[in-house]
Every structure is written in structure tokens, then in C-alpha cells.
Design a protein around this ligand. Structure first.
Ligand code: PAP
Length: 344
């Protein structure tokens, strides 16, 4: 197993991972009391709600958005399990939709007609807020009326647990998933970067066992993917199903498809010009990772932006998983996805 030096923790205070009991509604208390639970990698309890695992702090926001979120037909949702490329897809989608407003290539800004691109000064997670972590985290029913149309929103929730209006409306969803072995390795590093100073590093074996049993945030990973996959087959006009690997290997084709799916298709002139290349360059791992905002700033919740940019490669699992681990994940993937002809 290759020894990548584990990075020092991002100095997140443990408080942001806990929702104090007194802030929970009575309904939430009652629900949590009846849920199966086990401890996570922060030694905080995880709870299995509607078939998926969450920290206690997320149950109340999930209830809030399930109860209060009202969809617009023009909304666009980015839906992902953790560590599948959310940050990248947020950057790309934001940029596709707003490509006429902002300057896509700072080196070619001869006209100065467009404003500087927001990605140069804001992390993609700030530009595309998440329902359960951002919007409904501290507020039961936030006022979203000032959001410009189309509202660009995101969620890590499994399809079955999304607010009903999001499912019933004609809003569009782009779902991105990734090879589970790379997801696991990315997640393992993420937990260690976030761990509080007082906590030991999580061993890969410890987290692997939980991941394979489905006991990780928004997991089981495989069930999460299947929920969106099946729905995307039923309603291809509503849900676009993407893989991180195809975004890596065929970025131009995927971007064209994505633009078309969202109703922001590229014109012939744009396709023949530099627009698609400019978008890909602006949103590339190298570019985003090296922006000052992503090197030195934090999200409002306290997580350092740099935590979201590690290696950005396909197949990094080979550097960390043993043969046995590989076989174990592959067997689960085959069992869960094989009959659906879903391959990674
Ligand atoms: P999240 O679920 O916490 O929001 P998410 O953005 O989905 O995280 O996943 C982070 C992964 O995407 C990291 O993968 P790695 O650990 O295997 O390196 C991160 O490096 C990768 N990533 C972030 N931005 C980009 C990008 N612009 N292009 C490609 N990969 C990216």
C-alpha cells in the first residue's frame, strides 16, 4: 500500500459537528429515539433514518426541508453521495448556466464587458448551497425568495428522502456518482483531514468495515446510487445520471449533454469556439485548487476549502486498498449493481 502522508487536520472545531439536543424539536427527538444507531468516525452517533445513515445534527435539517421546501419548475438540483465530485459539478453547472454573465477566461478579457467570474473568489459550495447542510441547517423554513432563477441547489440526500415537491415538480436533477473504491479512499482522507486535534487518525481498516456495511454518511453508498439510477431510467427528462469517470474521460461530450439537459445547450458558434474549453479550464482541479480562495479560506461552517481538493484522479484507490479490500468492494458492487448493468 502506498504511503501518502496523511495531512494534518483542518482544525475544525467539534462543535460544528454536533447539534445540541435542546435545539431539536420534540418531533425530531421522538424520531431519533426510535432510530437504530452506531458510532461514527468522530465517536458521534450515526442514526439510520429512512434507510440511510446520518449524524444527529442532520436529522432536524432533513425534517425541515422535507416539510417546508417548495420547488420551482426551473430549479436545478445537483445530487451526489459524498466524495463523488460535488465540488466539480457545482463549479461546472454554475458556470454553464451563467456563462453569458461572467468572464470565462481572465487571460482573454480584452473587452472587459463581463464581470470577473465568481469562482475566482468563492468556493463552489458557496455558489451552490446545499439543502440539509446550508439552507435548512439552522432555520426551519428559510426565505429562498431572493435566489435568482434558476435556483441552483444541491443535496446529498438519497432520492427517496428528497422533499416531495422536488420530486413532483419539473425541476431538473443532475446526479453524479463515482467508483465506490475511489469514493471510499476520498472519504477516508476527508475524515482524517476533518478530525479534531484531539482525535487519532481513522485507520483505513476501521472505516472500510463501516463503509462496506453501508454505515457512512448518506450511505449505504450503493443504495444511494441505485435510488437515482432507477429514477433516471424512469424519468430521463428529469434526472441526468453521470459518473465522475466519464466526466474525466469525455469532458467535452458530457458538458454538451449537460448544457442541453439543463436547457442551456451550447450554440454551434460556442461549440466551435473556446467556450467549452474555457469552462473546463476554469473548473479544472488544478485551477480551482490553486486559487487563493481555495487555498486559504473556509466555508461558513468552518471546513477549510482546501479540504475539497485532494488528488482529483480516477483509480487512486490502487494506492491505498489491499487486494482483499478491492475484492470485497467489487463483490458488493457486483451484487448490488450487476443486475442493473451499472459498471465502474
Ligand atoms: P463533498 O461530497 O464533500 O462535497 P466532493 O467534491 O464530492 O466532496 O468530492 C471531493 C473529491 O472531488 C476529491 O477527490 P479525491 O479525494 O479523490 O481527490 C477532490 O479532489 C475531487 N475534486 C474536487 N474538485 C475537483 C475538480 N475540479 N476536478 C476533479 N476532481 C475534483
Amino acid at each position: 500500500m502506498a504511503a501518502e502522508k496523511l495531512e494534518a487536520p483542518a482544525s475544525v472545531s467539534i462543535e460544528i459537528f454536533e447539534k445540541y439536543d435542546e435545539e431539536l424539536s420534540q418531533e425530531c427527538h421522538n424520531i431519533i429515539a426510535a432510530l437504530p444507531s452506531e458510532s461514527d468516525w468522530f465517536s458521534v452517533q450515526l442514526y439510520r433514518y429512512q434507510g440511510f445513515w446520518y449524524q444527529k445534527r442532520l436529522i432536524q435539517p432533513i425534517l425541515n426541508c422535507q416539510k417546508h421546501f417548495q420547488a420551482h419548475d426551473t430549479d436545478i438540483f445537483i445530487a451526489t453521495p459524498l466524495k463523488c465530485g460535488t465540488t466539480w459539478l457545482k463549479a461546472l453547472t454554475f458556470t454553464i448556466i451563467n456563462r453569458k454573465k461572467y468572464n470565462l477566461n481572465p487571460n482573454l478579457d480584452t473587452t472587459q464587458t463581463n464581470a470577473p467570474h465568481p469562482l475566482l473568489t468563492a468556493n463552489p459550495h458557496v455558489l451552490v448551497p446545499n439543502l440539509e447542510f446550508d439552507l435548512y441547517f439552522n432555520t426551519n423554513n428559510p426565505d429562498l425568495s431572493s435566489f435568482p432563477s434558476p435556483r441552483l441547489l444541491s443535496s446529498h440526500l438519497p432520492y427517496a428522502s428528497l422533499p416531495e415537491p422536488a420530486k413532483q415538480s419539473r425541476c431538473k436533477m443532475v446526479f453524479l456518482c463515482r467508483n465506490p473504491k475511489d469514493v471510499f479512499v476520498s472519504f477516508w482522507h476527508f475524515t482524517n483531514r476533518l478530525r479534531p486535534d484531539i482525535q487519532e487518525f481513522n485507520t483505513i481498516e476501521y472505516l472500510f468495515e463501516k463503509f462496506c456495511r453501508g454505515v457512512n454518511y448518506f450511505g449505504p453508498f450503493w443504495d444511494h446510487v441505485l435510488g437515482y439510477y432507477k429514477e433516471s431510467l424512469e424519468r430521463p427528462e428529469k434526472i441526468m445520471f453521470l459518473k465522475y469517470e466519464e466526466l474525466k474521460s469525455e469532458p467535452v461530450r458530457v458538458l454538451k449533454d449537460l448544457g442541453k439537459f439543463l436547457g442551456y445547450g451550447f450554440s454551434e458558434e460556442e461549440e466551435n469556439g473556446n467556450v467549452i474549453d474555457d469552462i473546463l479550464r476554469l473548473c479544472s482541479f488544478e485551477n480551482l485548487k490553486n486559487l487563493e480562495v481555495n487555498k486559504s479560506e473556509k466555508l461558513p461552517a468552518g471546513v477549510e476549502n482546501k479540504t475539497y481538493f485532494r488528488r482529483g484522479e480516477v483509480g487512486d484507490w490502487k494506492n491505498f486498498l489491499t487486494i482483499d479490500m478491492m475484492k470485497q468492494i467489487d463483490a458488493i458492487t457486483e451484487e448490488k449493481f450487476g443486475k442493473h448493468d451499472l459498471k465502474f
